[in-house]
Design a protein around this ligand. Sequence first.
Ligand code: PMV
Length: 329
Amino acid sequence: MRAAASATAIAHPNIALVKYWGKRDDAANLPAVGSLSLTLDALATRTTVRFDSGLAADELRLDGKPDEPARRRVSRCLDLLRARAGTAAPAQVWTQNDFPTGAGLASSASGFAALVVAGAAALGLDLPADELAGIARIGSGSAPRSLHGGFAVLRNLPSGAVVCEPLLAAGAWPLRVIVAVTSPLPKEVGSRDGMRLSRETSPYYEAWVHSHPPDLAAAEEAVRRRDFPALATVAEASCLKMHAVMMATRPPLLYWTAATVAAMEAVRTLRRAGTDVFFTVDAGPQVKAVSTAAAAPAVMAALAAVPGVTRLIDSGLGHGARCIDPTQR
Ligand code: PMV
């Protein structure tokens, strides 16, 4: 490696339609269940990684500020890349989200996808996709899905291995995702702690894990056939089942606000009237409405009228994580 080597990558958050909640191994960050997601194009994380043997230790600036807990997670991923490249050089990591961080908008997924792509490129590593996904997963369980564009599926294989594969390219089924932002504040309990609490205390946790595989299979089939009603049914069921597990956790994980429920209800009202739209909600109060392109204007209008919805983000499906020219804006 040269004395200093750097690369810049961009990655987009992804939204799970069949949710991941719970780990079967905390240290290796192995998910208890698979998941199916779509990658957004309207939101982005941009990360520059610069390895420099003259630095004393890794440095991270997240949205312009140092963040020590995030730095520790970043260093774990960088250690794996450094081991692969045979270097001990520390790195400077500059990462910027163009959307609220840690507020249920999947900033950790796009963040760690951008980190491993930029880090590997800076070290001149051309890693197999599975290995890169495995390193991203150490940072965030949902990050491997942001390595892919369009629809992606993350699977637990019978061997215990985890694989993450593209399912359908962004252009093959151009759905829209309208994010109804109800609060820009960071969540009180992050997904890592929340998942551990659910496994340890939620009476519904075992049922969640055991009833999950048919949901994943049904969603995969619906995506392959571009069957919107079938995808809507399984995606809302998976989302509500995950939140039931969360709410039954001690202490309870209640990520919804009144505006979250009102936005979900607005989506259900539209669908009952024949509009192709369904909702999904992650570990935060924002509601993501997934619709066909034709239905998007009606969905935007309905969500804009919901009290407590402060902002709408209208997104198409995006590309996977990739290196960019650092002078590009
Ligand atoms: O990747 P993590 O550890 O932030 O977990 C993501 C958890 C959910 O967003 C709630 C669900 C999912 O599959 O993305």
